[in-house]
Design a protein around this ligand. Structure first.
Ligand code: HEC
Ligand code: HEC
Ligand code: HEC
Ligand code: HEC
Ligand code: HEC
Ligand code: HEC
Ligand code: HEC
Ligand code: HEC
Ligand code: HEC
Length: 412
């Protein structure tokens, strides 16, 4: 355990004894969840799950949510009114909100008090609270009822590595989603996308989960005009270039679904340079000026990739020749950086800058190829130089053989 965590625990314990414990203790006169606490003498399994969560750490007890009398050891008196048995989703939202929507209670923990307010604005909240339908989530579908943990705890259902699977419990359920006409492929598609692979396989927390794009308590699909901003939270440069280009205004007016004109929302596929024109033809007919431009763009992007590939082969060749490739590798990195920049800048469809970057990729790659060509020439020169040496050696062998046979004949 590192010192800062210990310090945090110590401060937590102190705060608990000063703030939380007296408040909850005042209510019933005791705070331990041992055999003196009536509820857990009968509900042992709930004790197990509850003490693993953060609420019990802060001194909260069963009766703070369920009421009843924790000093009693019989059902009738234990469940004495006011008693909240097994709260339904709506009652649960009210229960959680009784503390979490009260800024005066939450301020001391540095927690926002906006979850219910946000939830009301979501499709989920509307379904549950305005239409009274239970299909969507209440607070405990995402947080559990008893083992509630902070989002940064890896065991929590809302931790970045778990939250998408939490959403998928319902969003993968065709029977539940059928009546709403909502497809059920989001998790599977996202999981296989660069975003999913990056999070789950490379452990890259900079990658989005469902809630980075939809919001957590306020989960909604982004309207088309907002999509570039949703993606632009992370793809800052692409967003900037996109709005400099001709599609930016169309996106703001909702004519074009922003980034989704070319990438899909959950697959967010890489578009290979060879299929750029085909992508544009989804909207621009063959032969229009836009299509001609798409053709040129495709050519430029394909060319840049080829240039890089050839440069990479040249480096392999230099290695085979036993040359020092430090400088070639540095140049290659520059060309690669320019090519990546080209991938981003092309979102502006600004021909001048696109041409400029592709020229830079080209000339750097040419430089590397020339290094390899020079090296190959030198190798040939080297080989040619050795011809007279071989010739001489052969001549020596030949004449000695002739001489030897002459000597042998003399003695016969
Ligand atoms: C003597 C044992 C006993 C004690 C003490 C006891 N319970 Fe129960 N509790 C039960 C049993 C048995 C059930 C299931 C039968 C029922 O619903 O009445 C139950 C059901 C519940 C339920 C679910 C109610 C529902 O409608 O499904 C909750 C919540 C609950 N208890 C909370 C508490 C709390 C909180 C305390 C302490 C303040 C407590 N119990 C004390 C035995 C006990
Ligand atoms: C933060 C509020 C909260 C606290 C504290 C709490 N519960 Fe619950 N409990 C709930 C909610 C909400 C439900 C409704 C079920 C759900 O949403 O999953 C529930 C359901 C139950 C049920 C019935 C459903 C089931 O899971 O069998 C029992 C029994 C129960 N709680 C017992 C307890 C006991 C015992 C404790 C203390 C160790 C406790 N609860 C502490 C909120 C709480
Ligand atoms: C009696 C008041 C109270 C009730 C009721 C209550 N909570 Fe809490 N909750 C707290 C306190 C106090 C904390 C600890 C603050 C902290 O984490 O530092 C907390 C912490 C949390 C956290 C962790 C926050 C974090 O980032 O540390 C979550 C999530 C949470 N509660 C969800 C719920 C849910 C869901 C319900 C309803 C089932 C609920 N709470 C009911 C008082 C309450
Ligand atoms: C659809 C899933 C979902 C539902 C429903 C949900 N939450 Fe959350 N909650 C999350 C996620 C995900 C986080 C992690 C932080 C984030 O992304 O906002 C979170 C974080 C929290 C936190 C920590 C502080 C914060 O806001 O970041 C609290 C407290 C909390 N939720 C309480 C609630 C309460 C109360 C409800 C019911 C009104 C609720 N949640 C309903 C998914 C949900
Ligand atoms: C308990 C089940 C359940 C869970 C868990 C759940 N959802 Fe939903 N969600 C639904 C239902 C049901 C609807 C349909 C509501 C409607 O259309 O009125 C819905 C609707 C949506 C919509 C609107 C889709 C549309 O086209 O209108 C989005 C976006 C969404 N959910 C995202 C999420 C995210 C993100 C999570 C996880 C943080 C999540 N959901 C967790 C049940 C769930
Ligand atoms: C990279 C951002 C991003 C991620 C990650 C993401 N979504 Fe979406 N999602 C979107 C966008 C953008 C839309 C389309 C909005 C529109 O049509 O205007 C969408 C649409 C949806 C819809 C509406 C129906 C549909 O499929 O088009 C649902 C439901 C949904 N997402 C749920 C989820 C769930 C569940 C997850 C996690 C498994 C998730 N999303 C992850 C961006 C994302
Ligand atoms: C929370 C940050 C975040 C958000 C929001 C986000 N992305 Fe990403 N995106 C990333 C990261 C990080 C990577 C790099 C993944 C890797 O390769 O490790 C990435 C990679 C990509 C790639 C490259 C795919 C590939 O195969 O190389 C595309 C395309 C992409 N994102 C499009 C989008 C679109 C479109 C949206 C909005 C619907 C979006 N992203 C929203 C962080 C984000
Ligand atoms: C008009 C079509 C189009 C639109 C609209 C579009 N992109 Fe792209 N995007 C592409 C093409 C084509 C490439 C690949 C260029 C290449 O191969 O060099 C690309 C590449 C990318 C990459 C680089 C990763 C990779 O796949 O190599 C990211 C990240 C990205 N786009 C994100 C976005 C975001 C975010 C938006 C919205 C702000 C957006 N795109 C809008 C066509 C588009
Ligand atoms: C989803 C449909 C869609 C796709 C895909 C698409 N465009 Fe467009 N494009 C449009 C629309 C609609 C406009 C008109 C925008 C406006 O007027 O605000 C437009 C405008 C343009 C313009 C400006 C035309 C003018 O007269 O100013 C150019 C250039 C262009 N697109 C090129 C491309 C290229 C290149 C691609 C592929 C990389 C592409 N577009 C992909 C829908 C699309």
């Amino acid at each position: 355990m590192n010192p800062s965590r210990l310090l945090y625990l110590a401060i937590g314990a102190l705060a608990l004894s000063l703030v939380a414990a007296p408040r909850y203790a005042q209510a019933q006169g005791r705070v331990t969840l041992d055999s003196s606490y009536g509820c857990v003498s009968c509900h042992a399994e709930h004790r197990q799950s509850f003490i693993a969560g953060i609420h019990s750490e802060w001194g909260m007890r069963c009766h703070d949510c369920h009421g009843g009398d924790p000093t009693a050891f019989e059902i009738a008196s234990g469940h004495r009114q006011p008693f909240l048995g097994n709260p339904n989703k709506r009652e649960t939202v009210q229960l959680c909100a009784s503390c979490h929507s009260d800024p005066n209670q939450m301020r001391q923990y540095g927690l926002p008090a906006d979850q219910l307010a946000e939830f009301r604005t979501s499709r989920h909240g509307e379904l549950l609270l305005a239409r009274g339908i239970d299909d969507g989530p209440g607070c405990t579908d995402c947080h559990d009822a008893h083992t509630i943990l902070p989002p940064d705890d890896a065991r929590s259902d809302v931790h970045p590595t778990n939250i998408s699977a939490t959403c998928a419990v319902c969003h993968d359920d065709a029977e539940m989603m059928g009546p709403y006409g909502i497809p059920v492929d989001q998790f599977e598609t996202y999981r296989a996308s660069a975003h999913g692979v990056s999070l789950y396989e490379k452990g890259n927390y900079a990658s989005p989960t469902c809630v980075n794009c939809h919001g957590s308590h306020a989960a909604l699909p982004a309207p088309p005009g907002e999509v570039p901003n949703v993606c632009g939270q992370c793809h800052v440069l692409v967003r900037q270039e996109f709005f400099e280009g001709p599609h930016g205004d169309g996106a703001l007016e909702g004519e074009i679904p922003g980034c989704l004109a070319c990438h899909s929302q959950h697959g967010t596929e890489h578009i290979p340079a060879e299929s750029v024109q085909a992508t544009c033809r989804e909207c621009h007919e063959t032969g229009t000026p836009e299509d001609v431009m798409a053709g040129k763009l495709q050519e430029t992007l394909v060319q840049a990739e080829q240039d890089l590939e050839e440069a990479s082969h040249s480096i392999d060749e230099l290695v085979r020749h036993g040359r020092d490739v430090t400088s070639a590798r540095l140049r290659f990195r520059t060309a690669k950086a320019n090519q990546l920049q080209l991938t981003l800048v092309q979102h502006s469809l600004d021909t001048l800058r696109i041409e400029d970057l592709s020229r830079r990729v080209r000339s750097t790659s040419r430089g590397i190829q020339e290094m390899a060509e020079v090296s190959t020439e030198h190798r040939w020169e080297h080989k040619l130089m050795t011809i007279p040496v071989w010739f001489l050696a052969l001549a020596v062998v030949f004449f000695s053989a002739v001489k030897l046979s002459g000597v042998r004949r003399t003695y016969e």
